[in-house]
Design a protein around this ligand. Structure first.
Ligand code: BDR
Ligand code: CA
Length: 310
């Protein structure tokens, strides 16, 4: 079986942790490194959560710490959604190993330079680390094999404002740099985790019944997000945007409709800050810069999740 190499850039909280576990248990994927960024929680907590998740899987994947705030703005976190430590009801998780020494931005450049066209990048948080790396080394765009971005909302409802999704809203300037850098990217919007893609009570019970440490961990660390999602976002069940994006990266068949478009990000501090504006009908005649995921196979996504928690 061919071995694919991944780097995961993440603001590790509850759903990021599940995505990390999935990648670490996928047969033909090696996760070379994890780079962390502020976002759901401050950087130090994201790093600790990522290292704990790696250790929980019995692995030694290096975790590098990156940016503590957006390029131009103060950091805003989402503990209200993921719980004070980002991991729901599990408390302040303490990993055994420290973070790797190098800065995440430097490490992204070093690793992609060393293996041009060989490594897939999966981003699960604000795009600050990648934008900073591209600003230092624009050739990076051509070295990334492909990039799966959990972020945005293709011309539809947002989760942090009516217009925007959290990862892009946090650092819209960074997202704009990444979107226009010439990287082969697939944007997987937040909308894909809603409705039938959310885990129902029966599906959560079936995962619980797997009775593996991974299955319990995945459900427990998302318990707070489940409750808040139900109370404040009308969620029908457990919404897992990062794991859905990871499922697509692991098995691209999960994305059943995709197409290339010109996509830009609204950066002004207005109602639309962080909105991902997709020129779906090509009315601007601008060259497409991003591939957009429009539909997913919900059955396959859930199958992949269960397979990796087994
Ligand atoms: C994104 O923001 C975070 O809350 C999740 O981890 C996910 O990456 C969803 O908007
Ligand atoms: Ca995330």
């Amino acid at each position: 079986m061919t071995n694919r190499h991944f780097i995961i850039d993440t603001d590790t909280a509850s759903d990021d942790a599940v995505a990390i576990i999935m990648a670490l248990h996928w047969p033909d994927v090696t996760v070379d490194a994890i780079t962390t960024v502020y976002g759901n929680v401050p950087l130090a907590r994201a790093s600790a959560n990522a290292r704990y998740s790696v250790e929980f899987c019995g692995q030694t994947t290096p975790v590098y710490e990156g940016c503590v705030r957006p390029l131009l703005r103060p950091a805003v976190h989402a503990e209200w959604f993921h719980g004070a430590d980002g991991m729901g009801k599990l408390g302040q998780l303490q990993p055994q190993r420290p973070a790797a020494e190098k800065h995440a931005v430097e490490e992204l450049i070093r690793r992609f330079r060393a293996a041009p066209g060989a490594i897939t990048l999966v981003t699960l948080g604000p795009l600050t680390n990648l934008a900073a790396a591209l600003s230092i080394e624009p050739r990076l765009a051509g070295w990334v094999k492909e990039c799966y971005i959990m972020g945005g909302n293709a011309n539809c409802v947002g989760n942090v404002t009516p217009a925007a999704e959290f990862n892009i809203w946090c650092d819209p300037e960074a997202a704009r740099i990444v979107f226009h850098a010439g990287i082969k990217c697939l944007m997987v919007g937040w909308e894909h985790c809603r409705f039938d893609a959310a885990l129902t009570d029966d599906e959560m019970a079936a995962i619980r019944a797997l009775d593996t440490p991974r299955a319990h961990f995945a459900l427990d660390c998302n318990a707070h997000a489940l409750q808040v999602g139900r109370e404040s976002q009308g969620a029908s069940g457990m919404m897992l945007p990062d794991p859905i994006t990871m499922a697509i990266a692991l098995d691209p068949r999960v994305c059943t409709r995709r197409s290339w478009h010109y996509v830009d990000v609204a950066c002004a501090e207005e109602l639309t800050r962080g909105m991902t504006v997709v020129d779906e009908l090509n009315v601007t005649d601008h060259k497409p810069n991003l591939e957009v995921c429009w539909e997913i196979d919900r059955r396959l996504w859930k199958e992949i999740l269960c397979q990796t928690l087994h």
